[in-house]
Design a binder for this molecule. Structure first.
Ligand code: ATP
Ligand code: MG
Length: 364
């Protein structure tokens, strides 16, 4: 029986539409003639340009599409020139995170041989770990509501047992899946600052109690400062790392740096019911409309979507298609002859996407 899944597509602003079109084209090629599953795409208008035109950044019809869909694919939203009346940037992706309770931010960091990276790797060495960032509380809890007087400013760090338990279970389940797929080491590291803050000692205690339910996996801890050092000195040690919101924010940019920039950094924001898959980069208005955008982070995000849907619905073909898509992107990167400008090449968005498509069809 063919299972069909509805994908809500937020192409958004700037380079969003340019990287969305080839990604959908690739997904359609991948599922063409398939009898295990099919994908149906529904476009969901939202973002800064829409706000400028209509006064609405996230129309309720688009929110409904997102809620109803089996998964959400999002390119980029927001433009520096368009702001809400209070002066903040248009960011419907943050509204989605809260509305759909997407508590786990998943940020894979992967460097394959041949990929440009500022780190020195000895021949054939691969970096492959995943950062899981709590996305609804932590040091972002008082975002925009901090207390500021002339002489003092205070923000709140909030760690709750409920969210932390959900987060840690998610991280351990994720590590278990990676191990089963042969891509992980079966290891989860809690990244905190438990030596200084009581809130982080509490965080770590909850981690340890959840870890007891996963005796087949290795659980350990690292302080966030040491983690930053090790991510540069010996990143191959890590498998799954799980951390608080602000630490995760900072470490994921470090991760993007290790990968040689934002062009290869995919992400997922996952909850119990819903999930959004999107590249880590923004709408890049400086290069929009010129055919220069790197589509790889978006394509890798689509691969994560296939992993997630396939695992959730137990569809082997979908899981192996996710791996096929990811491998195809890394093949093209390692080969080095078709790269966009941000990766040191001269190829256009379309040419780069075509190279991935060729890799896939060569395999099929
Ligand atoms: P946001 O606040 O939405 O995250 P940002 O200010 O971090 O946005 P980006 O839009 O991510 O900025 O762009 C940062 C820089 O990286 C820009 O110079 C942009 O052109 C470049 N860039 C971002 N994404 C891509 C891409 N897919 N391909 C090529 N260059 C990119
Ligand atoms: Mg940014």
């Amino acid at each position: 029986m063919v299972q069909s899944f509805e994908i809500a597509v937020f192409e958004g602003d700037g380079i969003g539409p340019e990287i969305t079109a080839p990604t959908i084209r690739i997904l359609e090629a991948l599922t063409n003639g398939q009898d295990d599953y099919q994908l149906a795409f529904t476009m969901a208008p939202a973002g800064a340009a829409l706000y400028a035109a209509t006064g609405e950044a996230l129309p309720s019809a688009s929110m409904e599409t997102a809620r109803r869909a089996d998964a959400i694919l999002l390119a980029a939203m927001g433009l520096p020139s368009v702001r809400y009346k209070d002066g903040t940037e248009i960011s419907p992706q943050l509204d989605l995170r809260i509305e759909l309770d997407l508590f786990a931010g998943v940020r894979p960091v992967r460097v394959v041989p041949g990929q440009p990276t500022p780190l020195k790797l000895s021949g054939g060495q691969t970096i492959d770990f995943v950062l899981i960032r709590e996305s609804t509380e932590g040091l972002f809890h008082s975002k925009g509501k901090g207390e500021v007087t002339r002489d003092e400013a205070r923000e709140t760090l909030l760690i709750t047992r409920k969210t932390s338990e959900k987060l840690f279970r998610f991280a351990f389940d994720y590590a278990e899946q990676r191990k089963a797929l042969g891509t992980g080491k079966g290891r989860v590291t809690c990244v905190d600052k438990a030596n200084v803050f009581r809130a982080f000692a509490f965080f770590r205690e909850i981690f340890d109690s959840v870890a007891r339910d996963y005796s087949q996996l290795t659980a350990d801890h690292a302080y966030v400062d040491a983690t930053a050092l090790w991510m540069v000195e010996k990143p191959w040690l890590f498998d799954v790392m799980v951390t608080e919101n602000m630490f995760g924010d900072i470490l994921s940019d470090l991760g993007a740096g290790i990968m040689g920039g934002l062009g290869l950094a995919p992400s997922a924001d996952i909850g119990h019911k819903h999930a959004v898959f999107q590249p880590c980069h923004g709408s890049a208005p400086d290069i929009a409309g010129k055919g220069l955008a790197n589509p790889f982070a978006m394509i890798l995000s689509a691969a994560m979507m296939l992993d997630w849907l396939g695992t959730k619905h137990n569809i082997e073909q979908m899981i192996s298609d996710g791996a096929l898509l990811r491998d195809a992107v890394y093949k093209v990167v390692a080969n080095g002859s078709v790269l966009t400008r941000d990766l040191g090449g001269t190829s256009s968005t379309e040419t780069a996407a075509d190279a991935v498509l060729e890799e896939i069809t060569a395999k099929a």
